[in-house]
Write a protein that binds this ligand. Structure first.
Ligand code: DX5
Ligand code: ZN
Length: 224
C-alpha cells in the first residue's frame, strides 16, 4: 500500500495545525516531522514541544526523522511527546542495534535512514529489526532540493532483499519527491513517500497531496 507522508518542514509553522489538517484531507496518512540539530545536518528545526503540540491536532501517525547526533539521548523525549514512528540515521548511530531496540522499547515503530552516499550493505545487519527503511534521495538538511536519481537502485535492492530474506520492513523515500519523480520512486519499490515542498511549497496542500497520491497510485498500478 502506498502512503503519502507530508513533511512539515516546508509548511507555515505559524499555521501548523491547519496545514497538517489540509494535508490529511488530501490523503496524507503519515505526518513526517524533520528533527535537525545543527550538527549532524547544517540546519535547525524543532524539538519535542512541537511534536507534543502536533499530537493534539492530528490523529495521523507522527513520523519523526531524527537528523541529530546522539539520538539515544532524545528518543525517550520524542516518544513521550507523541511520536509514533522514529527513525535514526545509520551515519549518526554508534550502536545502531541498541538504538533501534530502544525505539521499539518506547512503543514506537523503528526506522533506519541512509544518506545518498551510504550503501544498503551498511544496514544489512539491522534489516530484521526495523519496521521501515528510509532512503534519503537528497542530502539531508533542507527542503526543496533536487532529487538524486542514483538513489533509486537502493530502493530496488531493499525490495529484493526483503523478498529474499523474507523480511517485513517498509521502504520510505525522502527528498525531492514531486509530480515529476514520484512514479520513479514507486516503480523502484518505495511505499511511504515523503513530500515537503511538493505539498506545502505553493498552492493548496490538500490538492497537492491529492495529486501526488493519484500519480503514485497510477504508477503502482502500471508496476503490477
Ligand atoms: C530533508 C528532510 C526532508 C524534507 C524533504 O533533510 O529530511 O523530509 O522535508 O523535503 P522535499 O520534499 O521538499 O525535498
Ligand atoms: Zn525527512
Amino acid at each position: 500500500m502506498i502512503e503519502l507522508a507530508p513533511s512539515i518542514l516546508s509548511a507555515d509553522f505559524a499555521r501548523l495545525g491547519e496545514q497538517v489538517r489540509a494535508a490529511g484531507e488530501g490523503g496524507g496518512s503519515v505526518i513526517h516531522v524533520d528533527i535537525m540539530d545543527g550538527h549532524f545536518v547544517p540546519n535547525l528545526t524543532l524539538g519535542p514541544p512541537v511534536v507534543r503540540s502536533l499530537r493534539k491536532v492530528t490523529k495521523l501517525p507522527l513520523d519523526c526523522h531524527l537528523m541529530i547526533e546522539n539520538p539515544d539521548q532524545f528518543i525517550p523525549d520524542f516518544a513521550d511527546a507523541g511520536a509514533n514512528w522514529i527513525s535514526v540515521h545509520q551515519e549518526a548511530s554508534r550502536h545502531l542495534n541498541r538504538t533501534l531496540h530502544m525505539i521499539k522499547d518506547h512503543g514506537c515503530l523503528a526506522g533506519v535512514v541512509i544518506n545518498p552516499a551510504t550503501p544498503v550493505e551498511a544496514i544489512s545487519e539491522v534489516l530484521d529489526i526495523v519496521d521501515y527503511v528510509l532512503v534519503m534521495s537528497v542530502n539531508p538538511g533542507f527542503g526543496a532540493q533536487k532529487f538524486i536519481p542514483s538513489t533509486l537502485h537502493k530502493m530496488r535492492k531493499l525490495a529484493e532483499i526483503r523478498g529474499d530474506r523474507d523480511l517485513h520492513y517498509r521502504i520510505e523515500v525522502d527528498g525531492g519527491v514531486a509530480l515529476d519523480t514520484i512514479a520513479d520512486v514507486v516503480r523502484a519499490g518505495a511505499e511511504i513517500l515523503v513530500a515537503g515542498n511538493a505539498v506545502f511549497g505553493s498552492g493548496d496542500p490538500s490538492k497537492n497531496a491529492g495529486a501526488l497520491l493519484r500519480a503514485a497510485n497510477e504508477a503502482a498500478m502500471v508496476k503490477v
